[in-house]
Write a protein that binds this ligand. Structure first.
Ligand code: BGP
Length: 474
């Protein structure tokens, strides 16, 4: 079913779990100014109500947390480095030693348990100074700052870390330029030209990081990361299918450049049509040729597209939106649940690039209820989460077994409860480990296991052999 060396694990991001927002020389990141998540306005000041400032205190509890991941049998742990811990402002020449030392400890703890670190260089946490002074990735100088940061961490963790991702969900720049690309100018004031130019800078920076990473250590495997969603036509009207094609082009724009090393024809044509003239320096096209070793993506849902979307109900989605699919159930946050969409997406990417794929985020955000007393060692009976993961993993197995897709691994999102990205809330929980923290800031931060903790441990132990084929997931 799953290959013997399949990388089972979990994923988090620094700004959603570390806390310690101003400790040991860390600079402010844009997340310290987004108390309401992606949909709220940025605050001028850092407001104490922002749950991310303390997160789930991973900064001080990483040992206990990684030990729990080890109990589940994790082979890999995906986390991000907070850029502003290493370069507090982002544009200085010298790194902050205390920030580097923190990740030494996290990495060493993982290695001690035989867990391989998978590090995201930039997960929605651009240093605030870069947003304020340079308007984030709109400014070409960001390439140089990012390259310096990447070089610093590749060098420091050389020989210990082999798996890297450049930008988390790089394609979310279209909808959320601030969180995704550190652009403080309000979205309404940005032109398509602005967004494409910023995307170009990020793409060059990403390819440059691949180049630098390979030069520093030939063992490094560096992937891109996109927000993946399966897109379906709402009806069999060919016009709906063309709406899907356009959406897929927007989504694959980033993977095409990352995996093929140049701008695809449809993107060049679209820019021409929209009178977008990218400023491309002469070295850029050479740099872009440094393609990624693998493609990674998040997968939470699918959506429908239609030529006339106003005729249908809409569905709020993971940082995007679309037309609702009447065939699918949805989560409490209105994300449509579609395990088969994951098999479809794996096939789409693999057919397109024939390079290894890594599912680095997938999971269920739900309102968990604590039991009054422990039952068989757990405090939350989250059968719904087990069912969600089971059904998705079964489709991964089918993609591997029946379709021949090469999948490197699977890291469940928010393996431990953390602050959500879109709503900056705690009550939307993804973890297999419960954290005692609430939206009003109360809670002891104590950790306890959910039923899914034991279930996932068994899945890993049996390398997926215990997954159940429910009739609906066939
Ligand atoms: C992805 C982000 C993550 C994460 C996840 C779930 O888009 O990469 O950071 O949070 O979505 O989203 P949310 O936390 O909004 O439920």
């Amino acid at each position: 079913m799953f290959p013997k060396d399949f990388l089972w694990g979990g994923a988090v991001a620094a700004n959603q779990c570390e806390g310690a927002w101003d400790e040991d020389g860390k600079g402010e990141s844009i997340q310290d100014h987004l108390p309401d998540g992606v949909k709220g306005k940025p605050s001028e000041e850092v407001e104490s109500r922002n749950l991310k400032l303390k997160g789930i205190d991973f900064y001080h509890r990483y040992q206990e947390d990684i030990a729990m991941f080890a109990h589940m049998g994790f082979k890999v742990f995906r986390f991000s480095i907070a850029w502003s811990r290493i370069f507090p402002r982002g544009d200085e020449e010298e790194p902050n030693e205390k920030g580097l030392a923190f990740y030494d400890k996290v990495i060493d703890t993982c290695l001690q348990y035989g867990i391989e670190p998978l590090i995201t260089l930039s997960h929605y946490e651009t240093p605030y100074h870069l947003a304020k002074v340079y308007d984030g990735w709109r400014d070409r100088r960001m390439i140089e700052f990012f390259a310096r940061y990447a070089r610093t961490v590749f060098t420091r963790y050389r020989g210990k870390v082999r798996l890297w991702l450049t930008f988390n969900e790089i394609n979310s720049i279209w909808n959320f330029p601030l969180m995704s690309a550190g652009i403080l100018t309000p979205k309404a004031k940005l032109t398509r030209q602005d967004l494409y130019q910023a995307a170009h800078h990020e793409l060059v920076a990403s390819a440059l990081a691949v180049k630098i990473g390979h030069e520093i250590d030939a063992q490094n495997q560096i992937g891109c990361m996109v927000l993946g969603a399966a897109n379906y036509p709402r009806t069999c009207d060919p016009a709906d299918m063309l709406a899907v094609m356009k959406e897929n082009q927007d989504a694959c724009f980033f993977t095409d450049v990352h995996m093929r090393g140049s701008y695809p024809a449809y993107a060049r044509k679209r820019m021409e049509r929209e009178h977008i003239q990218l400023q491309i320096e002469k070295e850029d096209n050479e740099i872009l040729k440094h393609t990624c070793d693998f493609l990674s993506f998040s997968y939470y849902m699918s959506k429908c597209l239609a030529a006339e979307p106003e005729k249908y109900d809409v569905t709020s989605a993971n940082l995007s939106w679309g037309v609702r699919n009447p065939c699918l159930a949805q989560t409490e946050w209105g994300w449509q649940i579609d395990p088969q969409g994951l098999r479809y997406l794996l096939n789409m990417y693999y057919e397109r690039y024939e390079k290894p794929l890594f599912i680095v985020e997938n999971g269920l955000g739900a309102k968990d209820v604590l039991l009054k007393e422990a039952k068989d060692g757990y405090m939350v009976e989250d059968d719904y989460r087990i069912r969600y993961m089971n059904d998705h993993l079964l489709q991964v197995a089918r993609a591997i077994e029946l379709d021949g897709v090469e999948v490197m691994g699977y890291t469940v999102w928010g393996c431990i409860d953390l602050i959500s990205a879109s709503g900056a809330e705690m009550k939307k929980r993804y973890g297999l480990i419960y954290v005692d923290r609430n939206d009003d800031g109360s809670g002891t931060m104590a950790r306890c296991r959910k039923k899914s903790f034991y279930w996932y441990a068994e899945v890993i132990r049996q390398n997926g052999a215990n997954l159940i084929d429910h009739p609906q997931s066939a």
